[in-house]
Design a protein around this ligand. Structure first.
Ligand SMILES: [Mg+2]
Length: 194
């Protein structure tokens, strides 16, 4: 039997809405006005804190019961269940190990055994390195930084997920834009046939 296509899938903003929730909560708690466009840059002055402080605050938000209960996108649940019947899926998230229980709880509740493994790369870790270790052929991610990194580790197919304010760059030579899960499924079917 031919080897199954190995697909690495990001968690935040791919399986469930994350950035918008974190930023809203952050702005309320710390009286800031962080805009979504800058939400993935810790150097952005709007956070009104240094990198370590920002990450500590975000970790606290991610660890809260309110955040842990964030339901995934309905179309992500359907698509991932469908993809898991044909391909080997891995969840590869930049979340730190400290929120592993939150991630695992969400996965168990909504995605059952769809993922062969759940990898917490951490904010400074390399998704590309993990992708190479698990033998990923495809990475689905909303953050171009990780797709660029994965490409440098030999992940041939980068699918740039979603339509978000922080996706300003041109991706044409690194990744294929997939606005939604229907587009991701279509692209993966196409890749698998090649
Ligand atoms: Mg993400």
């Amino acid at each position: 039997m031919a080897k199954k296509l190995v697909v690495a899938i990001d968690c935040d903003d791919v399986l469930l809405p994350s950035t918008i929730r974190i930023v809203e909560r952050y702005n309320t708690l710390y009286q800031t006005a962080v805009e979504l466009e800058h939400a993935h840059s810790s150097a952005y002055p709007g956070w009104n804190a240094d990198r370590g402080t920002i990450h500590g605050r975000i970790l606290e938000i991610q660890s809260s019961p309110e955040y842990a209960g964030t339901p995934p996108f309905e179309d992500a649940v359907t698509a991932v269940h469908r993809l898991a019947t044909e391909y080997e899926l891995h969840l590869v998230t930049a979340r730190p190990v400290a929120v592993m229980a939150v991630t695992n709880g969400m996965i168990e509740s909504h995605f059952g055994k769809c993922f062969a493994s759940v990898e917490h790369v951490g904010l400074d870790g390399s998704k590309g390195e993990i992708c190479r270790r698990i033998g990923a052929d495809v990475l689905v991610d909303d953050n171009l930084k990780h797709l660029v990194d994965a490409a440098s580790y030999g992940v041939i197919h980068g699918l740039w997920f979603g339509e978000y304010p922080w996706q300003q760059n041109d991706s044409s030579d690194i990744a294929i834009r997939c606005a939604d899960w229907a587009a991701v499924e279509k692209e993966i079917a196409y890749i698998a046939k090649r």
